[in-house]
Design a protein around this ligand. Sequence first.
Ligand code: AMP
Ligand code: ZN
Length: 119
Amino acid sequence: MAGEPQPDCLFCKIVSGDVPATIVRETETTVAFRDINPQAPTHILVIPRVHHRDAATLAAAEPQIAADILREAGHIAADEKITDTGYRVVFNTGAGAGQTVFHAHAHVLGGRGMQWPPG
Ligand code: AMP
Ligand code: ZN
């Protein structure tokens, strides 16, 4: 069921503590941890504790938690001192756009120059 922990979901296992992660911030509704394969000096994932397959599905079901993720992205940028130089918040949605873990997550990327459009 949407929102319920999924037994085969990697990020549900990070939320439960069954899979270790370098956690940088936690709230009642979110967990943020360093990406295992960083694409920038700062590369942190912010996820909801509840399971939804992507950001749009999360936002439709639990808009307050989607807002919590964006607020956390801002706190992370401040903590990482990348607010002034600029940073990117990315929700890959669907395999064709590069989504590999189907538990909603924001990538917070910064600490280097970035190109537009993204690849
Ligand atoms: P996406 O490709 O948008 O679904 O993003 C999934 C991200 O999860 C990728 O950037 C991976 O590097 C990252 N990732 C996969 N496994 C782990 C893990 N155990 N701990 C932290 N990050 C992970
Ligand atoms: Zn999950």
